[in-house]
Ligand binder design. Structure first.
Ligand code: PLP
Length: 370
């Protein structure tokens, strides 16, 4: 008789739901039997600009060394990041996407009997990394779709080791102010690691969102995670980073895979960091696209959750699943968020102007069909 390898998995793993990614373009193209080029995908908060030409050139150059292992310490990228983020080199941890950083934190600091606190409607990876190591997930009800920081504070107990907060949050796009963050950090016990997930922070520059890096010196229990997947346009390469005290970085370094960031990703990330023009264009496109979608929603009589990310959740005022299916039939992929406790919303990534337009027209058509 063979073993029941589901029942044998540790209890947290048995109970977790795997991450559901956006539907791939090729999959929908096969289903509809249409040209993939005719499909618009606004489902995974990817940068619609395509990668920076400078990053592409750096990748071409790095191809010559493909037989060699990458620099396991990511010296060049860490040096650039340390300089840009005003920290020491030993405070930077590189990850295979910022997802990897979240996982390293869970592996290093959580275990059965301990818990992590995070908000309702927060990024799906927080429960996954928490449960995967057998720790308890304390999910705190959201307030106006955003984090209820005071309720999160109250939920912290002696078994809490990690709090995940995202600014702005995905999928809601909600955010909190510098004052709110400061008050929160002041009250979190010093032995609880606060992971401030800033995957979308580059889009919020110049707004009232705080820069998490400004708080690192004052709060040794703070880790800021960031990524090259969004505003830097390198989602496929999987590269992100954490900024923390050197002690926390050293701990994370102990549990990471020796070569967790590949050499093409390292080279491209260095080039992308230096490409100010690309970043500025990403922001400009995002801002105008956000306005385009908001205007479109207004014209359709729909509500939405104001967002500081490169995505926006529209409130359909009815179950969103049939509308999502209708959009797929129109060749438009967006993201259902029922698994985030938001059955009446769809999350739309800001695309190029023509893509946003295609989406809005398809939405109008699907809604008109009833
Ligand atoms: C809030 C948030 N954090 C982290 C990530 C992880 O991104 P990556 O692993 O590509 O850096 C995402 C990706 O969608 C996200 O939305």
């Amino acid at each position: 008789m063979s073993g029941d390898f589901l029942a044998l998995a540790q209890p947290g793993v048995q109970q977790l739901s795997p991450y559901v990614p956006g539907k791939p373009v090729d999959e929908l193209a096969r289903e509809l039997d249409i040209d993939p080029a005719s499909i618009v995908k606004l489902a995974s908060n990817e940068n619609p600009l395509g990668a920076s030409p400078k990053a592409l050139a750096a990748i071409r150059e790095a191809l010559a060394e493909l037989t060699r292992y990458p620099d396991g310490n990511g010296f060049a990228l860490k040096t650039l990041l340390a300089e840009q983020c005003r920290v020491e080199l030993n405070q930077v941890t590189l990850g295979n996407g910022s997802n990897d950083i979240l996982e390293l934190v869970a592996r290093a600091y959580l275990a059965p009997g301990l818990n992590a606190v995070f908000s309702e409607h927060a990024f799906a990876v927080y429960p996954i990394v928490t449960q995967a190591v057998g720790a308890d997930a304390r999910v705190i009800p959201a307030k106006d779709w955003g984090h209820d920081l005071s309720a999160m504070l109250e939920a912290i107990d002696s078994n809490t080791r990690v709090v995940f907060i995202a600014n702005p949050n995905n999928p809601t796009g909600t955010w909190f102010s510098a004052e709110a963050l400061d008050e929160f950090l002041q009250d979190v016990p010093a032995r609880v690691l606060v992971v401030l997930d800033e995957a979308y922070i580059e889009y919020a520059e110049g707004s009232e969102l705080p820069d998490g890096l400004d708080f690192l010196a004052a709060y040794p229990n703070l880790l800021v995670s960031r990524t090259f997947s969004k505003a830097y346009g390198l989602a496929a390469l999987r590269v992100g980073y954490g900024l923390s005290t050197a002690v926390v970085a050293d701990v994370l370094n102990r549990v990471r895979q020796p070569f967790n960031v590949n050499s093409l990703a390292l080279a491209a990330a260095c080039a992308a960091l230096r490409d100010d023009e690309y970043l500025a264009e990403s922001r400009r496109l995002n801002e105008s696209g956000m306005q385009q979608l908001e205007l479109g929603f207004r014209e359709l009589g729909l509500g939405w959750i104001p967002s500081k990310g490169n995505f926006i959740c529209v409130d359909l005022g009815q179950e969103a699943a049939p509308i999502f299916q209708g959009l797929l039939r129109e060749g438009v992929i967006v993201r259902p968020v029922a698994n985030y406790g938001m059955p009446n919303h769809l999350r739309i990534t800001i695309g190029l102007p023509a893509e946003n337009n295609r989406f809005l027209q398809a939405l109008a058509k699907v809604l008109a069909r009833g």
